[in-house]
Design a protein around this ligand. Sequence first.
Ligand code: HEC
Ligand code: HEC
Length: 204
Amino acid sequence: MNFKKTLAAAPLLLLPFTLQAADLENGKKLSRSCALCHGQYLQGVAGDLYPRLAGLPSGYVENELHRLQEGRRKAHMPMLITSMVDMLSGSDMEDIANYMEHINVPAAHKRSIMQAPGDVAKGKEVYLEEECDGCHNKDGSGKPKKDIPPLRGQHTSYLTKQIEEFKNITRIHDGEDEKEDSSFAEFNQDMVRDLVAYLSTLDD
Ligand code: HEC
Ligand code: HEC
């Protein structure tokens, strides 16, 4: 065994692979134009349809950027025009996603999630009965290592829009087959409202 070589490689092996490969400075530079809509610290815009990106799991954001680029998720047209998200290279997407995961929003700029209208107790029942907790976790924090996004701490009008899109199959939830019945098919308006009301109470 070549001892010298093994020792030299050891510190690198200890770093998580994504951080080793990603260029956070490049991610920061490329993320400037995103602030126009997603907020100065990419904390999103409360009461609007601009989601919080700061702190989302990098694997999730990278997947979504690929989906937007490949047309598997319908992109917000102005986002393509302003930020040319559809022109980013694979490594740019990785850099952006890693930068976003590591953004610390200063306390003064944190957007707390306002409690959304609806029956919180019923929303909790829906969350547990439909087994959302199995993937998004009991506290709504998601499973970063499995690229499953958090639902808590996300702006509620954005979440409502996503659930409606899953229901109408204009956005595909968790790789579900378009032809299969979506797990959101039987959700009525009250269920969506109550669910989002519950999620708004899980704010981090
Ligand atoms: C002109 C406004 C605008 C700009 C600029 C913009 N976005 Fe967006 N972005 C949006 C809107 C609106 C949505 C929500 C779309 C929807 O409802 O699906 C969104 C959604 C996203 C999502 C999905 C979030 C999630 O939780 O699934 C990602 C990732 C994203 N944007 C990344 C970026 C990046 C990276 C940039 C900069 C390179 C950027 N955006 C610039 C408006 C914008
Ligand atoms: C089997 C695992 C699994 C279950 C169960 C599950 N989800 Fe998801 N969910 C995911 C994954 C993975 C994504 C990211 C998917 C993508 O864009 O393709 C996601 C995305 C979402 C998003 C979009 C978040 C964003 O930032 O845009 C919402 C909202 C959501 N799920 C709500 C729910 C609700 C409500 C339930 C229960 C009815 C549920 N999910 C059950 C795996 C799951």
